[in-house]
Ligand binder design. Structure first.
Ligand SMILES: NC(=O)c1ccc[n+]([C@@H]2O[C@H](COP(=O)([O-])OP(=O)(O)OC[C@H]3O[C@@H](n4cnc5c(N)ncnc54)[C@H](OP(=O)(O)O)[C@@H]3O)[C@@H](O)[C@H]2O)c1
Length: 260
């Protein structure tokens, strides 16, 4: 039996109507999990649901910036073995344009939603005691900042700090808590970045990622590791999925030393 399989596990994936959450839900179902998917857009969520392998999956439409929706989602959940938080928005705001509204919008979905849903899940005892796993999708930008990303990056950094505390609090009950911090991956969020900045910026980023842009399945496969028993001794970490960016950020064009 492979330690990576998810047979018998029930996994909630937020933000699963699109991008990384969608791929994670599909891949988890291929590894044998029963999956609960959630997002705002009913049509896109149905698209993910149709792509799931196996049976017994659930879909619950919810806007996680609305507390009543979080409460309804939690009430509808079966007992879970794992949760993956993949909600997020891509918003670029140069420092001089940051307002209370911008802070509230970015943190509302990128931080508050995951924290409040976790509180609801733990409060209503929807996560099994013993071997269970929580995974947050952070971002490599918490290590390599980009101009205009102040609120997005701050919210992700806050989420990573929160996850480290959660790992301490939940270790005694056997729950692991980890983050993945991807560089740029080909999803609708990347298309949005191209619109908000420019195609030239996106091309520059692609050059910096020595292995190119990631595919959603590259992130999903790593999350499967964190959900599965293969990671049963790993908690409190944030794993960089950097496409080589973290290894040699600027040396791509460095001259090769000539041999003497
Ligand atoms: N793509 C990348 O290059 C990249 C890199 C690093 C980190 N990340 C992080 O990975 C996560 C997923 O990104 P992605 O590229 O998959 O983005 P995406 O394709 O835009 O998907 C975002 C998901 O979040 C959901 N969402 C947004 N606002 C919501 C709300 N108020 N309530 C409930 N759900 C909401 C969306 O649901 P609807 O479809 O209903 O709107 C969608 O399912 C994000 O946290 C992002 O910051 C992405």
């Amino acid at each position: 039996m492979s330690p990576f399989e998810l047979n018998g596990k029930t996994i909630l994936v937020t933000g699963s109507s699109s991008g990384l959450g969608k791929q994670t839900a599909i891949t988890a179902s291929q590894y044998g999990a029963r999956v609960v998917i959630t997002g705002r857009n009913e049509q896109r969520l149905q698209g993910t649901f149709n792509a799931l392998q196996g049976e017994g999956h659930l879909q619950i439409v919810a806007d996680l910036t609305i507390q009543a929706d979080i409460d309804r989602l939690v009430a509808g959940l079966p007992l879970l073995n794992g949760v993956v938080y993949s909600t997020g928005i891509s918003d670029l705001s140069p420092a001089r344009f940051i307002s209370r509204k911008v802070i509230a919008e970015t943190f509302g979905i990128s931080f508050d939603a995951s924290v409040l849903l976790t509180a609801g899940i733990l409060g209503k005892k929807k996560l099994v005691k013993g071997n269970s796993s929580i995974v947050f999708i952070s971002s490599l930008s918490t290590r390599y900042a980009f101009i205009g990303g102040a609120m997005y990056i701050a919210a992700k950094a806050a989420l990573e700090a929160y996850a480290r505390v959660l790992a301490l609090e939940l270790a005694p009950r056997g729950t692991r808590v980890n983050c993945v911090a991807p560089a740029f991956v080909r999803t609708p969020m990347l298309d949005e970045t191209a619109v908000q900045s420019s195609q030239a910026v996106v091309e520059k980023i692609e050059q910096l990622q020595l292995l190119g842009f990631g595919d959603p399945v590259d992130v999903a496969n790593t999350i499967i590791f964190f959900l599965s028993d293969a990671s049963k001794w790993v908690s409190g970490t944030s794993l960089v999925l950097g496409g080589g960016l973290n290894v040699q950020l600027t040396n791509k064009d460095a001259p090769v030393p000539s041999s003497k």
